[in-house]
Design a protein around this ligand. Structure first.
Ligand SMILES: Cc1cc2nc3c(=O)[nH]c(=O)nc-3n(C[C@H](O)[C@H](O)[C@H](O)COP(=O)(O)OP(=O)(O)OC[C@H]3O[C@@H](n4cnc5c(N)ncnc54)[C@H](O)[C@@H]3O)c2cc1C
Length: 408
């Protein structure tokens, strides 16, 4: 391989470039990104960035500008790829230029899903995916501002916590019974909802939004399906992402909920790879899955880089993510099985606990709250499909490290 074109210059694209050079690849790398910024971290956008957008720390970017220069990366920012042109052997940019490459990596992620309501594009209705989105949102999170959050998934719940920290008056609306229900299940979602309420978030769960009221061209109130009107200064919708799969599907590459890849991150076309939020891959517990997490984007991109170089790769990892809300560090690895046996270590009232989700005696999932060091072991317990005795897992005097050692 002599040349690579990487489409999407954020986390997956950025990590792939680094991995290629670290592995000794000295051919041409063209990194093309639609945003005007070099690869940066999205997790701070719902947290630190909102608290203080003027003071973006250096570590916000994956690398400083000099790194790309010194590593001879042909970086095209503010540039959109319009097509993967398989016949011409490359990708076509919005200006018409063809970038010819032996291999193409699609690291196009996704964009925030818009609400399907009249007024969804009003200036005070926010979606959060990019740095520019976060800057616009931060300007509306003024002390005392009435903010309505629509959708209490990870992004909605994090923005709710940040808005409270900034002194806003926050109301959260969620069609499911509890926040982050898909990620945490009912019981821990209930716990999280209680934590939000304790800190001042007003909640309307099991409720949908039916429309907006307007004043001076802005949304002035959100109407719920029970007729409730919530008056507001701004709205934040956290209703998921739409994966950017069209380059692949237009090129005849197989797409389902994402671009389908094998464990070498290869798509249905052997010269085209995909990684990150846009890729649908083999699930650790079977089936196919598209993960929208930081660690997956970083690790899968690295795997894709090595696979493009012809190295042996077998990428298949369980889900792992973290979320920071108020003083709560929440981490989850694995899955919550349908008939999970739940084992708790620590007590939930103290907001420092570990929950294990077992299926037939095997640890399928681990949740930690303010117990980040335990997740280091927790991840390995899940990855190694460890069998464990519930009484030992629950006993804080039994070291998790010892359980891991015994199992292996
Ligand atoms: C606000 C926020 C907070 C988050 N917090 C956490 C967290 O706490 N923990 C966690 O695990 N995960 C978190 N995530 C998720 C994590 O950031 C994503 O999983 C990760 O960014 C995915 O990286 P990616 O490179 O696959 O996709 P993206 O980050 O979406 O990057 C894709 C890039 O491709 C570009 N692109 C798309 N199409 C084209 C095209 N045709 N031409 C050129 N460029 C194109 C896009 O503009 C974009 O810059 C958060 C995400 C957000 C939005």
């Amino acid at each position: 391989m002599r040349s690579v074109a990487i489409v999407g210059a954020n986390l997956a694209g950025g990590r792939a470039v680094e991995a290629l050079r670290q592995a000794g690849f000295d051919g041409r790398i063209v990194l093309i990104g639609e945003e005007p910024w070099r690869p940066y971290e999205r997790p701070p956008l719902s947290k630190e960035f909102l608290w203080d957008p003027a003071n973006v720390p250096d570590k916000f970017f994956l690398q400083d500008e000099a790194w790309y220069y010194n590593n001879h990366i042909d970086m095209r920012l503010g540039t959109r790829v319009e097509a993967v042109d398989l016949a011409a052997g490359g990708v076509r940019l919005n200006g018409g230029e063809l970038v010819v490459a032996d291999k193409v990596l699609l690291a196009t992620g996704g964009h925030a899903r818009k609400l399907n309501l009249a007024g969804a594009d009003c200036a005070n209705v926010h979606y959060l995916r990019t740095r520019d989105d976060a800057a616009r949102l931060a300007a509306d999170l003024r002390k005392g501002a009435r903010i309505v959050i629509i959708g209490m998934g990870v992004i909605g719940a994090e923005v709710a916590a940040s808005a409270v920290k900034l002194g806003c008056d926050v109301t959260a609306v969620e069609p499911l019974a509890v926040p982050m229900e898909r990620a945490l299940g009912k019981r821990f979602g209930q716990w999280l909802g209680d934590e939000h309420r304790k800190r001042g978030v007003k909640t309307h769960f099991n409720r949908g939004v039916t429309g907006f009221k307007f004043a001076n061209g802005r949304v002035s109130a959100v109407e719920l399906d029970d007729g409730t009107l919530i008056f507001c200064d701004a709205v934040v919708a956290g209703v998921g992402i739409v994966p950017a799969t069209s380059l692949a599907s237009d090129a005849g590459i197989s797409v389902n909920s994402g671009i389908i890849v094998d464990r070498q991150c290869r798509t249905s076309n052997s010269a085209v790879f995909a990684a990150g939020d846009v890729a649908e891959q083999d699930g650790f517990f079977g089936g196919h899955i598209r993960l929208e997490t930081y660690q997956n984007a970083a690790d899968q991109a690295q795997a894709a880089a090595l696979a493009m170089l012809g190295k042996e790769v077998n990428y298949c990892k369980p889900l792992w993510y973290w979320s920071d809300q108020f003083d709560l560090n929440i981490q989850f690895c694995g899955q919550i099985p349908v008939q999970a046996e739940l084992v708790l270590r620590g007590d939930m009232e103290s907001n420092a606990f570990v929950a294990f989700f077992l299926s037939g005696g095997t640890i399928d999932g681990v949740l930690t709250v303010n117990r980040a060091p335990d997740m280091g072991i927790g991840k390995r317990l899940v990855e190694r499909r460890t069998k464990a005795v519930p009484a030992q897992l629950a006993d804080p005097d039994v070291s998790l490290r010892d359980l891991l050692k015994q199992a292996s």
